[in-house]
Design a protein around this ligand. Structure first.
Ligand SMILES: NC(=O)c1ccc[n+]([C@@H]2O[C@H](COP(=O)([O-])OP(=O)(O)OC[C@H]3O[C@@H](n4cnc5c(N)ncnc54)[C@H](OP(=O)(O)O)[C@@H]3O)[C@@H](O)[C@H]2O)c1
Length: 336
């Protein structure tokens, strides 16, 4: 196959990619997978999978599942040392930061050289920015979008040409339940995931004619390192949101750390459950547009659909902390 596109011919920087010691894979390059419906000859789609954010959580679990399913997995992360466990399992690892153009072109170039194209892209890398809108510096908000949306978008641009020439492929994007609604303290994370959802909906329609399937994964709370990696951008000790900050941090701890103490924590899914949904989306003949993951995600989406907005807001207020006005004696006198 010669699906190489000029965009992938930039210096592939071989040092960026660490191969497993064994003589695995590569022989599978060019096998038809999975059979795509379309006009003309049966396309031959690459079995190479590129996953971002594999240092922990969902990306790590997905790399293991897709390797077990027989794909040639390229597991990537910002810090190569965080990938040693996956490398020991025989998975090809590479450094890739979705905010670093050179690292993305290097890895895509390498895969294109070895397999003709990326067959499946799993846009998993992301982080959560927490804090009330009034206090979050816009520089932090922009960083949230650089990673969660524009990093995903750029990597998608890089893989499309060879996928299109190969006649098929899959792009699987990680959104969240917060891609369909939002709660106090997560405006920018939710906005970035809403943006990923809109981006994915448009992309699915744009690429359908080329045999490229585009899928959105929408997990509810998953017990990963997302909480530990959360960037907190708010005043912890003073100001109108100090109490809210404490309550929000407490909500996160109850949900993600130790024994679960709230509904979101008790119904949280594991990284492997999300990885199973991604594997299903990667391998099924006709992937769905969206995969909610977890009973909580499905329940919340039903409520979101059927409840009027004021009733859904009231429900959210019973489940998530929100800032409260603390009245000084002077204000209390002015607003009895
Ligand atoms: N856990 C949940 O409750 C949940 C729910 C819904 C959706 N999600 C989404 O699922 C995805 C995976 O999250 P997770 O739960 O598995 O959390 P996680 O354990 O914190 O994993 C996030 C991964 O993204 C990586 N990452 C962050 N910024 C990056 C960048 N600029 N370039 C490359 N990699 C970067 C992290 O790498 P470092 O180790 O270098 O920081 C880490 O490997 C995220 O998109 C998240 O928004 C998570």
């Amino acid at each position: 196959m010669s699906q190489q596109h000029p965009a992938e011919k930039t210096d592939p920087a071989p040092a960026a990619v660490t191969h497993p010691p064994a003589d695995r894979d590569v022989a599978t390059a060019g096998e038809p997978w999975p059979r795509q419906r379309g006009r003309g000859a049966t396309p031959r789609v690459s079995r190479a999978v590129l996953i971002t954010g594999c240092s922990s959580g969902i990306g790590h679990a997905t790399a293991l599942r897709l390797q077990a399913a027989g794909f040639a997995v390229y597991a990537t992360a910002r810090r190569p040392e965080s990938l040693t466990e996956l490398a020991a399992a025989g998975i090809t690892t590479a450094r890739l930061d979705v905010c670093d153009e050179q690292s993305m072109t290097a890895v895509v170039g390498q895969i294109t050289d070895e397999h003709g194209a990326v067959g499946i892209l799993v846009n998993n890398a992301g982080f959560e920015l927490a804090g009330p809108v009034e206090e979050v510096p816009l520089a932090e908000a922009r960083r949230q979008f650089e990673t969660n949306l524009f990093g995903l978008a750029r990597l998608t641009q890089l893989v499309i040409p060879a996928m299109r020439e190969a006649g098929g492929g899959r792009i699987i994007n990680l959104s969240s339940v917060f891609g369909r609604f939002a709660v106090p303290g997560n405006a920018y994370y939710a906005a970035s995931k809403h943006a990923v959802a809109g981006f994915t909906d448009a992309l699915r329609l744009e690429l359908a004619a080329f045999g490229i399937r585009v899928v959105l994964i929408e997990p509810s709370a998953a017990r990963t390192r997302l909480n530990a990696n959360t960037t907190w951008a708010a005043s912890r000790s003073a100001g109108p949101y100090a109490d809210f900050h404490t309550q929000l941090a407490d909500w996160h701890a109850r949900t993600f750390a130790g024994p679960p103490h709230n509904i979101a924590g008790r119904l949280a899914v594991t990284a492997d459950q999300v990885a199973a949904a991604i594997t299903n989306a990667a391998t099924t003949r006709r992937p769905r547009a969206r995969y909610p993951v977890g009973i909580l995600a499905r329940g919340l989406f039903l409520l979101r659909r059927w409840l009027p907005a004021p009733a859904f807001d009231a429900f959210l207020r019973t489940q998530f902390p929100a800032p409260q006005q603390t009245l000084t004696p002077a204000r209390r006198a002015a607003h009895p």
